[in-house]
Design a protein around this ligand. Structure first.
Ligand code: GRF
Length: 202
């Protein structure tokens, strides 16, 4: 079994979608070893507890970034985690964190990267007048919203969309994309060539 850690700071809808996909048998050979948050009151952490998963809070407030990351790394190593899933984890990772899990940290971002990195990507895309929006699952590297792309899903922006309706439809795509991306990465059946994630033919 591959052991996943899900890191989150908020509501945790991506975590829930991933866990639901696992319960449906759609991510074979994987289990959630722990759910970890830098916010003790994150709703996603409460959901993890309700679902009987190991949930850990390591509050980041008042802690130096390096110290906090070291505490998180120690927790992940103790849990013998194979893959780290960032799901609305509102922290930039230190290089030490990334080095501890090389090509083993995934993030989801609610835009078609490299367009609209950073906060409020859905609003950025809407305000810019983008006609195609979507989400990206990517490996995490030392630059924000930058690592190798595993999977993207695109949707059209409708003329009657609001930023809110667009965000909701992007979120729906996120929930499909993350489970699929995890499945692809855990299969090990890919190569990365010049930033390109290339599934291997069987
Ligand atoms: C999602 O929009 C994700 O793309 C971004 O943070 C949000 C987290 O939402 N990185 P949730 O906590 O998974 O519901």
């Amino acid at each position: 079994m591959k052991r996943l850690a899900v890191l989150l700071s908020g509501r945790g809808s991506n975590f829930i979608a991933i866990h639901d996909a696992m319960l449906r048998g759609e991510i074979p050979g994987a289990e959630i070893a722990l759910v970890l948050s830098n916010k003790a009151d994150a709703p996603g952490l409460a959901t993890a507890r309700e679902r009987g998963l190991i949930s850990v809070a390591i509050p980041s407030k008042g802690m130096k970034r390096d110290e906090h990351d070291q505490a998180v790394i120690a927790e992940l190593q103790r849990a013998e985690v194979d893959l780290v899933i960032l799901a609305g984890y509102m922290r930039l990772l230190t290089p030490a964190f990334i080095a501890a899990f090389p090509q083993r940290i995934l993030n989801i971002h609610p835009s078609l990267l490299p367009a609209f990195p950073g906060l409020d990507a859905q609003h950025q895309a809407f305000d810019y007048g983008a006609q195609i929006a979507g989400c990206t699952v990517h490996f995490v590297d030392e630059q924000m919203d930058h690592g190798v792309i595993v999977l993207q899903r695109a949707i059209a922006v409708n003329p009657d969309d609001t930023a809110e309706s667009l965000s909701a439809r992007i979120l729906h795509e996120e929930h499909i994309a993350y489970a699929e991306a995890i499945r692809r990465v855990l299969s090990g059946n890919y190569t990365i060539c010049n930033r390109r994630f290339i599934p291997k033919k069987n």
